[in-house]
Design a protein around this ligand. Sequence first.
Ligand code: ARG
Length: 588
Amino acid sequence: MKKLLHILSEEMGKAFEAAGYDSTLGRVTISNRPDLCEYQCNGAMAGAKQYKKAPIAIASDVAEQLKGSSVFSEAAAVAPGFLNLKLSEEYLLQIVKTMAAEPKFGLEPPERSKKIMIDYGGANVAKPLHVGHIRSAVIGESVKRICRYAGHEVIGDVHLGDWGLQMGLVITGLQDRQPDLEYFDENYQGEYPKEAPFTISELEEIYPAASAKSKEDPEYKARAMEATFKLQSGVRGYRALWKHILNVSVMDLKKNYGSLNVEFDLWKGESDVHDLIPEMVAYMKDNGYAHISEGALVVDVKEETDTKEIPPCMILKSDGASLYNTTDLATIMERMRLYHPDQIIYVVDKRQDLYFEQVFRCARKTKLVEPETELKFLGFGTMNGSDGKPFKTRDGGVMRLENLIRETKDEMYKKIREGRQMSEEEARQVAEQVAVSALKYGDLSNQASKDYVFDIDRFTSFEGDTGPYILYTIVRIKSILGKFAEQGGSLENLALLPAGNETEKALEMALVQFNTMLQSAAEETAPHKVCAYIYDLANAFNHFYHETKILGEEDAKRRESLIALLVLTRDVLETCIDVLGFSAPEKM
Ligand code: ARG
């Protein structure tokens, strides 16, 4: 189905042409004076010079052509030359009907369906997830779902940090705790146990302790680096121990991500490309892309047009060790080989933007990707506390994602118990679901690149631009539909009638923006556009609800039509929250 503004502009273009003017002047936009009109066209002002005529004269000529239009019920030329427009209710009804009948509410498939890989999550093994990881997971998951809905093939990869010094630190920490483990015995020939010699909570204790110690104690740090080296060069016991760390950690990560409705198609990590590095390095050397600088192997990536200094991309350190860059480049090489994506999107803290600029330039220059492969950095801002600084726990520590989720659930539970008739168990369940909407919507409703303040009171409120408000609206609709069904009404084959009042028309006008909105949310990888749309839609619905008798409507045909509109509103809202990555309960 064509986009509404496109249809309206075409219609307007015809009127310009019929009045003897250029049809391209007929561009229609949403009114910036909603008190005066629904849509407007400023083409007469734009054409004044070309036709050496007063804009109002042109606007009047065009308005004359629109008398009796089936699309516009009103087209008024007003000084100094605007065309103020209202949509005909009958015409709007046709569009609503088309939207309801077509797959995906009239969203057309993309001109070219792309294969997109999304690199998001980015958790580090053996380190608990902290709030900095929440944004990557939440935004990435939504971008994945939006692009998929828009008709692209999308693969989400968690890209674990599972290969660097942090692994050596954990191994060293473990060795101090349990020096007699067979994993550390070089002469051990047998099979290693299937069970990990630690639990997730032990693992989470070991890492911070080892990391702190390595900062004070150079000898300890040297041991950790040695352990990292042994692991990476394939020492059997170290590899076996690492597998345990990975398994225990991934199980825990899956649980945490799962509680946020975040699912990855691929659970790959930095370690997966370890074996590709020698080949990649040789390729870069042989083709003259890389050269030695102060002992390190680097690729120059600066360009003449740069306004700031872009340092070379370092591929190997002078001791031959690989870096974060190295695994990212090797991962690009692997992704091109295994999946051949048209685009790779990285959802990472925006403070890594210079780093990704280097990596992308290096990948292009060394032809790891094709000229038409798109590499996109979707950098996000920081989640701050009310003091405007990165969010911390009350005692100033790093807030763990798990605790943040728990606190939000507890707060939501309190609010749900207040003044509601619900058993404790039911309230707990509902609170979990609503809390996910509070966290995710609180994050996604901001443009990703901006910092935002995490405000638990505001995010969990049932009023205002929040997840719970959206869910509350959906639940309200479901409850009316439930009552209608209880009274013997059927939700099948309901005929829509033209809007009966202004709020109903406004609801329909909000609904029919869906295809335009979703397409731009996908093209711009912008979940906040979906949030803005559903906030407007929920507001339009609630105004309509307050102004309109629905179940009490006596005319059966009209009642059915209202119900049909409710069904469509519910379906559109539920589709939108699904692409945002949360869902609505039946009651709340
Ligand atoms: N593990 C990294 C971190 O915690 C994020 C990884 C981002 N993705 C990537 N391909 N570099 O900062």
